[in-house]
Design a protein around this ligand. Sequence first.
Ligand SMILES: [Zn+2]
Length: 154
Amino acid sequence: MAGKKGARWTKYTGVRKGACVLCGTPIAKKLVARRHRSCAPCISTKRRDAHRLDPRPRLVSQAKRRAKKLVIPFGLMPNLLVIPTHCPVLGKPLEVGVGNASEYSPSLDRINPARGYVHDNVRVISYRANRIRSDASVGELEAVLAYAKSLPRK
Ligand SMILES: [Zn+2]
């Protein structure tokens, strides 16, 4: 094996250079050049599993990007974020890593949108609850509720 003609082996893993350390399939040359040690499908599986296990790093990095775009404060640390088991607004269990962003994926709600993503200004609620609330004030939400209640029910 190791003496096989032309085979190059990485020092630490004993896996042939250019092969995925996880599944052994050859990796695209440009990925090898960028020092990737696993193939694209294995990388995305690994990322998905990591996200399912702990969605906080992704929530925080997405918030960082949004804060930059919206020019609002940012100061979140993944390990300080508390993700409840259920959406505190709708009471449904929060789902992580079920396909793409589902209705009950955890999402960060800014209590005061202008204060940005800082720890005493964010709560984790479902994506659905966040979308319904949007950036509405209490008065606006009450007006929407009154309107919804005034509509004839089928
Ligand atoms: Zn692989």
